[in-house]
Every structure is written in C-alpha cells, then in structure tokens.
Design a protein around this ligand. Structure first.
Ligand code: ADQ
Length: 531
C-alpha cells in the first residue's frame, strides 16, 4: 500500500513493542527514545551500558556548561544513557576536567563521561596518522591516499591500550550489562582488554565505515591482519550492510583459512589461545525521521532558512530554478570533484538550467591535520571557483559553498526547500544525509539522487541511484529525475519515509544491543536481569 500523507501524520501503531529476545522481528516497533529505554530496561534491568567512542558527545563551554549533541547517533546514545544511567568513555577534545557528570532531564540519572586526555603527539599518530592516514583511505578504496608510518601504528595501539585500561578501571566501579565500542579508531580495544585479563561483560563493536574488498592476488597487509584479529576479540561486530559483513568474512578466511568457520550466525576462529566465537551482524544505521520532519515543517525554521538562502543569493528572485543541496564534511570519500563534474555535465545536457539551478554545498572542512585532506580541500575549492568563473551570470552563481556546519534545525528546512539532493560519495558506510533529506521532504516531491556506493543505496529500495564514477550518466539520471511527474516523486519519497520510520535509529540501536544483552542476562552472577 502506498503510504498517504494522512498516514504519516499518525503515530506509528503501538502494537507489539518488543520481546527482549535476540530477534527483534518485524513486530518490534520503536516509535522514539521511550521505546528504546523500555527495551533496554526490559533486557538489561538496572545494569548500565558502557559506551566507548573516539569523539566525545559533548563540548565543554567552560564553568561546567556543556553543549549536548545536536542530533544523530551521539544524541540517541546520549538520550539512552541519560535515562538509564551508564558511562561513556571518549578521548577529550574540548577543555574541562577528565570526568564529568552529564545531567539527564528532570528525574533522569544522567551519566558519567570519562574524557581521556591523550598527549598531542600520541593523538596525532593515532588519529591523523593511522586512523585517518591509513584505515580511512584503505577502507574507502583510496589506496593512493594512504600515508602512515610504523610509529603511527604504534600510537594507534597505545591509544587503544589506554582506552582498554580505562574501561577495566571503570569495571571495578560499575558492572555494565555490556561494553559497546565504536568505529575504526578503536578496533584493538577489545583485544587489549582481553590481554589485560579478568572477567569481562559482553563486548560489542560497531564498524561505521565500509569494509573493503581484498585486492585479488595480494596478501592481507600485516597491519590489517592485526586489525582483523583485534576485531575477533569482540563478541559481536556490527556492519552497516551485508556486503561489508561478507567482505569482512572473506578477509577472515583469507587470513585463517580452514581455522575459521561461519554458520550464518556465529564465526568461529581457532587462535593460539583457543577458539574465539563471535557474531558478525548487519545493522544498517538510521536517523530519527520524525525529528527531521518536525524540524523541516517548523515555520520559524522555514523562515530562518529562507533568510539564509536570501543571504546566499539563492532565493527565488536570484536563483529562479532553485538549488540542489549537498551536505557533507569536506572529505575525499564524499565525491566533491565528481559532484562538480556531474553539475557541469548537467549544464551541458540542458543549458536552459544555466542561470536557473544552483548547487548549494554545505561543506565544513575536516581532518585538516592530514595532508590528503588539505590537498583535497584545495582541489575542491579551485574546481568550484573554476565552474563559477565559467558559468556565473549577473548575480547568479552555479556553486554556492557554505564552509561550516549548520544546526540540524536549519539543515532540515534547507533540505525541504531544495529542488533535490545530491549524495555523491565514492564510498560511504551508510550516509545519513540521504536519510535526513528524505525525512525532511515529509510529503514534498524533491528527489534524492544517491551514489550507488553508499550503504543507504545498498539497503533501501526505490532510490534514484547515481554513480560518481560516471558523471555523464549521473547527469542524465538527475535530469530525468527532475523532470519526473511530481506526484510520482512524492510517492517515492513517501515510501522511503515510511521505511525510515520503521527502520529508525532507535530500532538500529536496539538490534545492536539485543543479542549481547541477552547473553549478558544469561551469565551467572550477572547484574543484568530481564524484567
Ligand atoms: P560521516 O562520514 O560523517 O559518518 P554521514 O552518515 O553522512 O557521514 O553523517 C554525517 C552527519 O553529520 C549527518 O547527521 C549530517 O547531517 C551531519 N553533517 C554532515 N555535514 C554537515 C554539515 N555541513 N553541517 C551540519 N551537519 C552536517 C560516518 C560514516 C557514514 C555513516 C555514519 C554513521 O562515514 O558512512 O553513515 O558514520 O554510521
């Protein structure tokens, strides 16, 4: 059934909420943070969750004043921890003390945030050197951008070891139902914890970025062997898509041959110390679509967005055909150069768009301590300037770049007021911007054009797929999409929104936690008791 606008205005049916079992099943409905909190309590009882990320969720503004996460995954984790108690360990990236109490709302316990200070040289090797100089380009299929040294790998190991030690320290004070570690900067934390010994709660890990296919005929690089073996130390490793999970399994088989077996649920690997068993799962990450719908509809937000567009010269008078929108960190994996090639191909295909349709790029710089990023930012800037020199007319510019982050309450109406959205990543674990755009349409008919190399394209149906490697073909797809009957475009958007409302970030989080929480509640002497 095609979802109607009226249906979208109803809350989701409150039928079966969930059974705190491994399989959340299609009946499990997570309408918002409350359902996630109920799921957590039903599965873990009063045992807290311990979360570990590279980046801290809050920014210290001085004198105990904190700015909380504006949205996204951090905010979802933050909300759960605020209400259920717990602990978050991260590397400190603003001022203030090592340990903070992050307050919950009235009546909520809040949680403790451990903010580990890492000496700058060590952090440089860990973050700019190995995480973003080696792991990021490798897993985003950009081998020519890999730059890292043995010292960087040593720094990465050392930071992971320190984080592991901090977790073990906190286990002396608290008995979490599980430890949930995030992303490629922290792959070795589980290994280090097991090396340090002692009894541990279940260890879950989520890998947010793609897993690369192994180059045919080449062995697995030694450092990659170490990362993979490190990941085997967790009890569950989550991936965004089946493709990434299967590539991970292929890497394991390339390394361990017949010492590894996989039964569709459990991966078993015979290592020197015994057999490691873990669950490599698939959990496509998502957003809170209702939150974006509300922000995109809010009259005050819409007014602010209109004024913002006027300042940029993108209001109806200055840019009569409107604008296509792109929102991403200025990262080479997001395909900035390819996007500009597509735009040029679109103008070549339909010159009547010149003077009419612009591209609005919201693109804050990122990771500037890494050479490859600095060079890329320069190249993207000069390519945009070249297009602007060539095609600008009167006050109209083809490319308008905003080089800073915008609050989600402004992004949502900017998505909604656009003529369409371009997601041009050459590789992307998921891409949440695509989902935010679809949610912000909320009955609107502006199309999303999303790269086939994103997790979003791999896990959602009915999307208009483009290929950054083929700008001319992509331009044709974009042109067709823009010319499509608005009612058909609206129907596609509504179907996508209905999917996102079911597969939202709360469900994502619960499905990540379900299996490890169940195993935690079954452990003898565990504090976690199902309700
Ligand atoms: P990212 O590479 O950062 O995340 P993405 O999934 O698009 O990519 O998430 C970015 C988030 O930051 C979105 O919520 C977006 O709104 C926000 N954002 C991006 N640019 C912004 C801007 N200019 N101003 C304000 N907000 C901005 C990594 C992986 C992805 C994976 C996510 C989550 O690379 O593949 O989807 O983690 O797992």
């Amino acid at each position: 059934m095609t979802p109607s606008l009226a249906l979208l205005d109803d809350p989701l049916p409150s039928a079966a909420l969930f059974d705190p079992s491994v399989d959340l099943g299609p009946a499990a409905v997570f309408r918002g943070p409350e359902d996630l909190v109920r799921f957590y309590r039903a599965s873990a009882g009063t045992a807290p969750l311990l979360v570990v990320t590279n980046r801290e969720p809050v920014v210290w503004k001085g004198e105990g004043c904190l700015s909380l996460p504006p949205g996204g995954v951090s905010q979802t984790i933050h909300r759960l921890l605020s209400r259920t108690g717990g602990r978050w360990i991260a590397l400190r990236d603003s001022g203030g003390p090592d340990g903070l109490r992050v307050p919950g709302e009235e009546g909520d316990p809040g949680y403790r945030l451990d903010r580990m200070e890492i000496p700058p040289a060590l952090m440089e090797g860990h973050y700019a050197g190995f995480s973003n100089g080696v792991l990021w380009p490798f897993f985003h299929d950009e081998p020519s951008r890999i730059s890292g040294s043995v010292e960087d790998l040593a720094a990465y190991r050392e930071v992971n070891r320190r984080v592991a030690a901090r977790i073990l320290e906190s286990l002396r004070e608290t008995s979490p139902a599980l430890v949930w570690v995030h992303d490629y900067q922290m792959a070795l934390v589980g290994r280090e914890m097991r090396r340090m010994g002692g009894s541990l709660p279940p260890l879950a890990f989520f890998w947010h970025i793609p897993w690369a296919a192994m180059p045919a005929g080449e062995g697995v690089p030694r450092w990659l062997g170490e990362i993979v073996t490190g990941l085997l130390s967790y009890d569950q490793v989550g991936f965004q898509t089946e493709i990434y999970r299967d590539r991970f399994l292929e890497t394991v088989f390339a390394l361990f041959g017949s010492r590894a077996t996989w039964d569709g649920e459990t991966l078993s690997v015979a290592l020197e110390g015994g057999i490691r068993r873990l669950h490599p799962g698939v959990f496509p990450i998502s957003i809170d679509p209702d939150h974006f719908r509300m922000m995109a509809r809010d009259p005050a937000n819409l007014l602010r967005a209109r004024l913002f567009l006027e300042d940029l010269g993108l209001d109806a008078a200055a840019s009569p055909g409107g604008y296509l929108v792109s929102v991403d960190r200025l990262d080479y994996s997001k395909g900035f150069l390819e996007r500009l090639d597509m735009l040029e191909a679109l103008y070549a295909l339909d010159p009547s768009l010149l003077g009419q349709l612009s591209l609005l790029q919201v693109a804050p710089s990122t990771r500037l301590s890494v050479d490859a990023y600095r060079r890329y930012a320069e190249a993207a800037e000069s390519r945009a300037a070249e297009i602007n020199r060539r095609y600008s007319r009167g006050g109209w510019r083809p490319v308008v770049t905003v080089s800073r982050s915008l609050d989600p309450s402004l992004l949502a109406p900017l998505y909604r007021l656009s003529r369409g959205c371009l997601v041009t990543a050459t590789r992307d674990g998921m891409n949440l911007v695509a989902k935010e755009f679809l949610a912000s349409q909320d009955g609107g008919s502006s199309p999303l054009f999303v790269s086939r190399h994103t997790g979003t394209a791999m896990t959602m149906e009915g999307l208009s797929l483009i290929d950054p490697a083929d700008p001319a073909l992509s331009a044709r797809i974009i042109h067709e999409g823009l010319c499509l009957d608005p009612l058909r475009r609206q129907r596609k958007n509504l179907e996508a929104l209905a999917f996102l409302r079911e597969h939202n970030v709360y469900r994502w989080m619960a499905s990540n936690l379900a299996r490890p929480l169940l195993s935690s509640s079954l452990r003898p002497g565990s504090l976690a008791r199902p309700a």
